[in-house]
Ligand binder design. Structure first.
Ligand code: ADP
Length: 692
């Protein structure tokens, strides 16, 4: 079966080779054997390329048959056939194996290599063939060069024009174009055919001096827009026209003698086909590279989107985690505060309670940091700036780390700037940064170390240097130290922390237009952190006011008893807060959801309502709005796990006067309640009356 197929193919190729060869020789044979039109090389090249070199017998017998038929002695025909076969086998071999040739002609390299093969291999056939004719005494000496040239040109063009067409079209027979592309393709080919007719009829006399002019535009159009497939077809069409015109003695090459004209027309064809195939391949290469680039860009964009969404998911997760962990922390903090009110507490209990309170406080700070970092990353962060002398913030920051410094027996030296350091900052945030750096200095320095804070100013900036004699930072970690979640060895890990303090400080300072830098000569050599914050210009200072926390400025010893309604769906939180406030002497009523809470408040008309925001039925904002709508004028305090600025703004907009972030400390609640009482006393009585 296989052999049968092979034989059938051999016979088919042989038939094609012999028929087209016969036709070619009948057109313009030179010395009876060489011709300028020789399609068999194109057929043989395609056959051997696609079907394999084993198809060589078809070529050999085809060549032998024709040459014998037109009158060569058998031995001459045999030599010619050997040359012709060798030519095709070498050509097909070079295309199939030597280089990574691709008949799509989408790379310039493929085209140049194909041209090289098509011009090189016919040298074999032309040389062997001419030699055989000389040996057989069939051509005169004077005809040798002419015969050789005709042989070479005929074979080259056969391979290049017909071979190129067959390779390109058979390699990928199917092609798809959109409707518009079909229209354009048809228009370009119509123009090409029109150009051929114009040349045939010699319609533009001036073009006749340079016949390439006729074909230039349609060829260029096809090369640029339609690529190699169209160009190989175009060359075949032009070749058909030119051969026909020349043989028929009409058109551009109508003069005498026929042979010279055939030379001219075939050379024109060769030049056209070469130039425009090269242009087409260059354009294809550009298109392919562009498409590849585009694909790479799209892949990169997709990857970037994935990273962004993963990053967003991470930040969302951190925010939710921090929030969810705050909820259970609230009753713990409150319970500990209730316990602290017990005057008869024994020493052991006090120690345990204080340890628990300190752990709860650490956890609260960690959760706050986590929330802050995720908010800064999500750009949902607003600073509450005011103009302050940085030395004040330094003072309060130092006060909050004094305990740690004492516990670890560090010597803390403060060298303040003698001149004021006026800056426009969010004092809480800058304090957070300083406390963080000082805490680190305390944490990462062996007990009994020395820590120094120096503040100075340059022309434009306030500069704070915090140095320690601690464990230092290895050089390879320095570049990454301000990245989130950067922690070092286990011994440092034991110092506690999530590895976000420095990155948070870095980002907070950046939000202020400031910077933080670190220097350390390596492990064991201590570290120095340098913070710079832009100073305010002198002219802006006229309105600058020293910052001072207003909170608790109005001093009243203890709040007088109030009626308070608490709304929270978390029973533990509700019970502990209730117990805590009752120990303060207040009267407490509770509700577990929003609707019940609203009813209770409207009924009881308490002085104060403390409302959790995340309620199961209606949220705290709706509770506040509904209460205000129905005329409730008592104080509304929102209690929520989310302590971000926008949450506070939302709460105020809904009608709350205060916002507490869970877990709320008794001292915070107390200071608000103090104001509630005084406000209630100041406000005219009728306002407390229910609205009708
Ligand atoms: P945390 O202290 O919670 O781990 P930070 O972001 O504050 O997170 O610090 C990140 C890391 O930088 C720390 O784990 C520690 O390894 C290193 N580091 C910070 N400050 C110092 C310091 N003063 N001396 C030595 N190492 C430090």
């Amino acid at each position: 079966m296989k052999r049968y197929r092979y034989s059938a193919l051999l016979l088919f190729i042989f038939g094609l080779y012999a028929a087209t060869g016969w036709w070619g020789l009948s057109l313009s044979p030179i010395s009876g054997f060489a011709t300028l039109v020789w399609p068999p090389t194109g057929i043989a090249l395609a056959a051997l390329y696609f079907l394999g070199l084993r198809m060589w017998p078809a070529v050999a017998f085809g060549a032998l048959f024709i040459n014998f038929l037109i009158g060569a002695p058998l031995w001459v025909a045999l030599i010619i056939a050997t040359g012709n076969t060798l030519e095709m086998v070498v050509g097909a071999y070079m295309l199939r194996t030597v280089f990574d040739f691709n008949p799509l002609f989408r790379r310039l390299w493929d085209t140049l290599y194909f041209i090289f093969v098509c011009t090189l291999t016919p040298v074999i056939a032309a040389t062997v063939g001419t030699f055989a004719l000389v040996l057989g005494g069939m051509i005169a000496e004077g005809q040798i060069l002419f015969t050789w040239s005709a042989w070479w040109i005929g074979d080259s063009l056969g391979s290049f024009i017909l071979g190129g067409f067959l390779l390109r079209w058979l390699f990928k027979p199917r092609f798809v174009r959109s409707r518009n592309q079909w229209i354009e393709l048809s228009a370009a080919f119509s123009l090409l055919i029109a150009a051929n007719f114009a040349a045939l009829m010699q319609l533009v006399p001036i073009f006749n001096y340079l016949p390439i002019t006729y074909f230039f535009v349609p060829y260029l159009w096809l090369a640029i827009r339609e690529g190699a497939r169209a160009i190989t077809l175009a060359s075949l069409i032009v070749s058909g026209f030119l051969v026909f015109e020349t043989i028929a003695q009409i058109g551009l090459f109508a003069g005498q003698p026929l042979l010279e004209n055939m030379f001219l027309s075939q050379m024109l064809l060769g030049i056209l086909a070469t130039i425009f195939l090269v242009i087409a391949a260059t354009m294809e290469e550009r298109r392919v590279t562009n498409a590849l680039l585009q694909r790479n860009i799209s892949e990169l964009e997709r990857a970037l989107r994935r990273v962004r969404s993963a990053n967003k998911a991470k930040n969302d997760f951190i925010a939710i985690l921090a929030h969810e962990l705050r909820n259970p922390l609230a009753p713990i903090v409150t319970s500990l505060e209730i316990l602290s009110l017990d005057k008869g507490e024994d020493e052991e209990h006090r120690r345990l309670r204080e340890r628990m309170a300190s752990s709860a406080q650490t956890m609260r700070t960690l959760l706050d940091d986590l929330l802050d970092i995720s908010r800064i990353t999500r750009r949902g962060f607003r600073l509450q700036k005011s103009r302050v002398d940085l030395r004040q913030i330094i003072q309060t920051s130092v006060a909050s780390v004094e305990g740690l410094m004492r516990d670890r027996k560090h010597t803390l030296t403060i060298i303040p700037s003698e001149e004021p350091l006026w800056v426009d900052v969010d004092p809480m945030r800058i304090e957070q940064v300083l406390v963080n750096i000082l805490n680190n200095a305390g944490k990462y320095t062996e007990n009994g170390g020395r820590i120094m804070l120096l503040s100075t100013r340059t022309k434009k900036e306030a500069v704070i240097k915090i140095s320690d004699t601690g464990i230092g930072i290895a050089a390879e970690r320095l570049p990454y130290i301000f990245e989130p979640f950067q922690r070092s060895s286990a011994s440092q890990a034991r110092a506690g922390g999530l590895g976000i303090g420095l990155s948070l400080s870095y980002r907070l300072l950046k939000l202020h237009g400031g910077t933080i830098e670190v220097a350390s000569k390596g492990e064991g050599t201590g570290s120095t952190f340098t913070i710079s914050i832009p100073l305010i210009h002198a002219e802006q200072l006229s309105v600058a006011l020293p910052a001072g926390k207003e909170l608790g400025a109005r001093k009243k010893p203890t709040p007088s008893p109030l009626n308070i309604v608490l709304i929270d769906d978390n029973e533990a939180a509700l019970a502990t807060l209730e117990a805590l406030l009752e120990t303060e002497g207040h009267t407490i009523q509770t509700a577990g959801d929003g609707r019940a809470g609203v009813q209770k408040i409207l009924l009881e008309k308490p002085d104060v309502a403390i409302v959790d925001i995340g309620l199961p039925d209606v949220d705290g904002y709706q509770v506040a709005r509904s209460l205000r709508r129905q005329g409730f004028t008592g104080m509304l305090i929102a209690l929520s796990g989310y302590g971000q600025d926008e949450d506070k703004q939302k709460a105020y907009a809904a009608g709350f006067e205060h916002h507490l972030t869970k877990p709320a400390r008794l001292s915070d609640i107390q200071s608000i309640l103090l104001r509630a009482k005084s406000a209630a006393e100041e406000v005219a009585e009728p306002l407390m009356k229910p609205a009708v």
